[in-house]
Design a protein around this ligand. Sequence first.
Ligand code: SAH
Ligand code: SF4
Ligand code: F3S
Length: 491
Amino acid sequence: MNDKQNSIFFPDGAAPASAAENTVPETEPARQYYFMEKTRELLEQQGYTGKDALSFHVTTFGCQMNARDSEKLRGILQYVGMTESDSEECDLVLFNTCTVRENANLKVYGRLGELHGYKKKNPKMKIGICGCMMQEKSEVEKVRKSYPFVDIVFGTHNLYRFAELLYRSFAGEKHVVDVEEADPAIVENLPIERKYSFKSGVNVTYGCNNFCSYCIVPYVRGREKSREPKDILREIENLSKDGVKEIMLLGQNVNSYGKTLETPVSFAELLSDVEKIDGIERIRFMTSHPKDLSDDLIDVMAHSKKICRHIHLPLQSGSTKVLSEMNRHYTKEDYLRLCEKIRTAMPDIAITTDIMVGFPGETEEDFLETMDVVQKVQYDSAFTFIYSPREGTPAAGRDDFIPDNVVHDRFDRLLDLIHECSAAQAEKHMGEIQNVLVEEVNSHDPSLVTGHMGNNSLVHFKGSPDLIGQTVPVKLTESHDFYYFGEAVSE
Ligand code: SAH
Ligand code: SF4
Ligand code: F3S
């Protein structure tokens, strides 16, 4: 064991006892632990230990799911004895990619060129690409043809097999390309290296069954699968023992959690069980599909002391016609009623959303319906996107795309309105004392620290780095749309 392993987290509390077997185990995760040990031995034989250990960097694109996956990749790399580097100028760089919009892909290819420059200076450097983009055949082909300096390619479905692929690469295989099409298995208890010691994502479902007509996620992440509640709860108990105060339950549509388990469990029931775990102070979740948000969930939230007063409820469009063409399964009125129900149960809740502009066939009237919902709901903040056609999705096959100038004009009007709403919402909390979980030193002004309130608003205040990981009561003194300045209040 090297000392770096001390910080590695094992969801079951420890690595499986069978880690040192001599034959290749057929079951997971034993098989991966076998390859982690083998890789470590190989690196030791090659002299890459102690101060000569190889360095790695994992660069994450995309959503919280990818961020959590990257923590798993970092856990494996640390387990085999490599050390993490802040820079991409190191011995192994992994790009964990996103393909939800075209510009996500363009970013990756741009950055790959830079990596090639580093590799020319450091010939032993390895470059790997994984994640959602690599579940697309055309992208894998492109990497093989145009970026032959890439050493390791794998997708999301077989991410759990990374240790095995890493071993093959270090053992001398020139191009390790392994992309699985079959639905992914859920493999529990692989090592994890968290970005933050005091907060963590926790997967509750993988994949998505909704097939919104614009969206590539179900194609690159596979069918929806829920983890067993006992596995989730055990992981959270162990996270709590490891110092975690805030958890974010992750799924593309957490509201459909548990429906297909052998013994079905609802997301509301899961939340009630998570609430009972000592040491966890804040519970968040992402994302809620409006079509599946139950009254039980609202009830559990309203009575909870730990579930944050924040809900991310993607709208996509305010036009019932467009929503139907998007395959979203709710109308403008359904959505507005749902927000009203949530606000009645929890008047202080922050509602945030995702909105897309320029879906094929979107008329000015459709767009004005979206503006109307924004006006009525008064979001605390919103992520706004320009529709991007994704190969293989139904919407990409349409012939009524909206001209760029029209889309940009709508996008700018939407942004202006969202800024107005966010500013009005932020103003409401001015002067309040709110608990802030301190996350980091402010990157612009090192005399400030930065953290989030329960409702997910960002707060900066004067404080020292030793507050990181602590929950501090802060008086909000200045509001700026998306963030506040405040002053710590001594109790
Ligand atoms: N599962 C989540 C969303 C995951 S993708 C949900 O259902 O809400 C995150 C956001 O990216 C989506 O909410 C949507 O607004 C946006 N998005 C997805 N596909 C897109 C596309 N083809 N073009 C533009 N935006 C897209
Ligand atoms: Fe994509 Fe829709 Fe699934 Fe969200 S629910 S990931 S938008 S298909
Ligand atoms: Fe992107 Fe994959 Fe997430 S496509 S948004 S990283 S699930």
